[in-house]
Design a protein around this ligand. Structure first.
Ligand code: ADP
Ligand code: ADP
Length: 224
């Protein structure tokens, strides 16, 4: 999916969260959003996922304006991963994964799809575990399986490693990058961690609601 923010401004009564942001993301591209707390990273993710609307400017999906009429379909085609996992504590891993598709009419077997996604994150054998029985890294894997259960074409991740130690976080980032390729998703990832950002194709730096840098990541020397 191609995604573009065109001259997007998002204002709150006390401050301008985004100020004339132009950002185009190619199909299958991964872009890291970096910058200090409050610089507008989450706001960009919410606008990209159709969970928030710009005050000025527009959001384009595959070259078409994301109008009110298209919002629901766009949200269903978007996966979201959070810093604090946001799993439902009383539900098993599998039921957490299935939560987004339960209220929907779908053309696939939900259980089968849920198990497929748990397998994709390496947790098929923990399908019946409760979140409290899982480690932080495992909880984030369940949350990733949940984000993928509707087979989104766009994956949005907001500080997905922010609550994990660096080794576990590294594993989560590698998993996200592999899944992005496997399921051919476009990805936006907000992070404070420079190493996490460097796993993406591009790093966009924000400050006070504006883009102050936009750099292609050079391939790692060991990948050449
Ligand atoms: P980041 O993700 O880079 O930390 P955010 O996009 O969350 O930044 O926030 C950008 C600015 O907008 C911050 O100053 C934040 O406090 C403010 N903001 C975000 N959401 C709201 C809201 N619902 N009401 C008021 N201000 C908000
Ligand atoms: P998580 O850690 O799970 O990613 P956060 O604590 O980062 O969640 O953000 C929770 C929500 O609070 C976000 O949707 C963000 O837009 C909103 N938010 C951030 N800053 C403000 C603010 N100043 N006022 C109101 N809401 C805010």
């Amino acid at each position: 999916m191609r995604l573009a923010l065109r001259e997007v401004t998002r204002c709150y009564p006390e401050l301008t969260a985004l100020d004339g942001v132009d950002l185009a993301v190619g199909d299958g591209e991964s872009v890291a959003l970096t910058g200090p707390s409050g610089s507008g990273k989450s706001t960009i993710l919410h606008l990209a996922g159709g969970m928030d609307r710009p005050d000025r400017g527009g959001v384009e999906i595959d070259g078409e304006e994301l109008t009110a009429r298209r919002l629901d379909a766009h949200r269903r085609g978007t996966g979201f991963v959070f810093q604090r996992f946001h799993l439902l504590p009383a539900l098993t891993a599998l039921d957490n994964v299935l939560a987004p598709v339960l209220p929907r009419r779908v053309d696939f077997d939900r259980r089968e799809r849920g198990m497929e996604m748990l397998a994709a994150v390496g947790l098929a054998e923990r399908a019946r575990a409760l979140p409290s029985e899982l480690s932080g890294g495992q909880r984030q894997r369940v949350a990733i399986a949940r984000a993928l259960v509707g087979r989104p074409r766009l994956l949005l991740a907001d500080e997905p490693t922010g609550n994990l130690d660096s080794v576990t976080g590294r594993g989560i980032v590698d998993l996200l990058m592999n899944l992005r390729e496997q399921f051919e998703m476009t990805m936006l990832l907000a992070t404070h961690d420079a190493e996490v950002a460097a796993s993406c194709d591009r790093i966009v730096r924000l400050q006070d609601g504006r883009i102050v840098a936009d750099d292609v990541v050079a391939p790692a020397a060991d990948a050449l």
